[in-house]
Design a protein around this ligand. Sequence first.
Ligand code: ADP
Ligand code: MG
Length: 227
Amino acid sequence: MQIKVENLIKTYQQSKGSAHREVLKSLNLEIAEGEKVAIMGPSGSGKTTLLNLIGTLDVPTEGQIKVEGQLISEMSSEEMLYFRSKNVGFVFQFHHLLPQCTLLENVLLPSLTQKGDKKMFIQHAEELLTYLGVWEQRNNKPEALSGGECQRAAVARALLNKPKILLADEPTGSLDNKNAALLIDLLVDINQKMNITLIIATHSLEIAQRMDKIFTINDGKLVKWEQ
Ligand SMILES: Nc1ncnc2c1ncn2[C@@H]1O[C@H](COP(=O)(O)OP(=O)(O)O)[C@@H](O)[C@H]1O
Ligand SMILES: [Mg+2]
């Protein structure tokens, strides 16, 4: 999906009564359909804020976000919920799998809010777990798995509803080098094979350089744009 961010401003109020702080200061960027891009920048520069706005987890203070020409920044919360569950997958620094559920159950969680044949969801979940190399662990709980395996199961969960946009917020931040490299290989492959627009916030230049474009933000502004 094509994403266009125009004059995006986000302010937060740290606590009630305190002054508003501008975190994103009129940000502009464009991401083409099926493209893979990195968002870089120091801690606190607004990377997570930007991903949350694109993923409709939060709403802008000012400015616009268009996805395929559709103004997502002006949707009602019901419309955002529908847009998000249909189009967006999220992967975070930590896997956030439910400890009391098996891997397969965790991957199936997004299907709970969807209509459709349960058997089809299970089949798709198993295909994704196979593709991500953790199918044999499907009946185990996260505690029995390594961090890398859990993160790959979290990617499977993010893909269950066949999103068109995958937002990965420092997805290798808690992994060792080997597992980080494996995860990035998989994300790049997913972007190509499934035609999913991939946006990855990362501190790693090595990871960023594997993307089509690198956007660097600093203090809420786009300071660099590399292709
Ligand atoms: N919900 C929030 N309420 C108040 N301030 C926030 C909130 N979320 C983020 N911030 C602030 O916005 C700034 C940018 O945060 P963030 O987008 O998480 O940066 P990054 O992901 O680049 O580290 C930080 O100073 C952070 O403290
Ligand atoms: Mg962040």
